[in-house]
Design a protein around this ligand. Structure first.
Ligand code: A3P
Length: 296
């Protein structure tokens, strides 16, 4: 990022078939050459699938549920966003990572085929969180309205079609969730679903704890359930992105912590849009059986 560049909605540029924010495309070589330490942990998601929630849970687990320690810095500083290159104060992922010593927790939205190969060579642990397509789409639509580094979402109906065609930032939701799903066993990826986390956070947080080889008491897990609940995170300035200035994230248009629910899509899709979406969904998802739920 060059000082003096104005904040604007960056266009998407094709990187190996995936549309990425132009600043990411510009620095693609250094991003793809990033080499993690084997002790580093990757949290991967399609945008708006529950990344920040997973980041908070992991940070709390690693610090035995210590709420104060987990408020030491904003999410994006505690857990750098690997590929991001956006205007300050959003820190560039690679710059932050250079300043941190492993073991680090790293966030990415890259589809599996674009994840720097060092993560696989070094057998890093990877947590992937996925969210049902319709709620994920609704959340992304509202995010694109308020995030002035992303392309204009345009009208709702057209946005549905862009999502279905994989024309949004980080590409196709369908390819993204399927890519990690197909490789989860081979590459020891912990695959979690937003809906499962919402339904039974205690159970899912325990799964994450086991995957990370941590041992946290049930009492502390209960505390982590509370500390990572939607309302607590919405009120936590170190988790709710309120530190991003209004010209970048205008939370008066739509809050980063917007609703945090399963099934909000019913308030957005018309019956016709839903039927059209489902038909296309069945076709795009026919080669996998990921147990997504559109309501709980
Ligand atoms: P909504 O727009 O549906 O409210 P990401 O962190 O990947 O950008 O995802 C953001 C989405 O996750 C938003 O969804 C946000 O409200 C939701 N979210 C964040 N923290 C959450 C929590 N603790 N519980 C449930 N949902 C949460």
């Amino acid at each position: 990022w060059r000082a003096g560049d104005a904040i604007h909605r960056f266009p998407l540029i094709d990187v190996q078939g995936v549309p990425l924010m132009s600043t990411i495309a510009e620095y693609w070589k250094s991003i793809s050459e990033f080499c993690p330490d084997p002790s580093d942990l990757l949290i991967s998601t399609y945008p708006k699938a529950g990344t920040t929630w997973t980041q908070e849970i992991v940070d709390l687990l690693q610090h035995n549920g210590d709420a104060e320690v987990c408020k030491r810095a904003p999410t994006a500083v505690r857990i750098p966003f690997l590929e991001i290159c956006a205007p300050p104060p959003i820190p560039s992922g690679l710059d932050l990572l250079k300043q941190m010593k492993p073991p680090r927790v790293i966030k990415t939205h890259l589809p599996i085929q674009l994840v720097p190969k060092g993560f696989w060579e070094n057998k890093c642990k990877v947590i992937y969180m996925a969210r049902n397509a319709k709620d994920n789409l609704v959340s992304y639509f509202h995010f694109d309205r308020m995030n002035f580094t992303q392309p204009e979402p345009g009208p709702w109906d057209g946005y549905i079609h862009k999502f279905m065609k994989g024309q949004l930032g980080w590409g196709s939701w369908y390819d993204h969730v399927k890519g990690y799903w197909k490789e989860r066993k081979e590459r020891n990826i912990l695959y979690i679903l937003y809906e499962d986390m919402k339904e039974n956070p205690f159970r899912e947080i325990k799964r994450i704890m086991h995957y990370l080889d941590l041992s946290v008491s049930e009492e502390i897990i209960e505390r982590i359930v509370q500390l990572s609940s939607f309302q607590v995170m919405k009120d936590n300035p170190m988790a709710n992105y309120s530190y991003i200035p209004k010209p970048v994230f205008d939370q008066s248009i739509s809050a980063f912590m917007r609703k945090g629910e399963v099934g909000d899509w019913v308030n957005h899709f018309t019956l016709a849009q839903s039927q059209m979406f489902d038909e296309d969904y069945a076709n795009q998802m026919k080669d996998v059986d990921i147990p997504f739920r559109f309501s709980i």
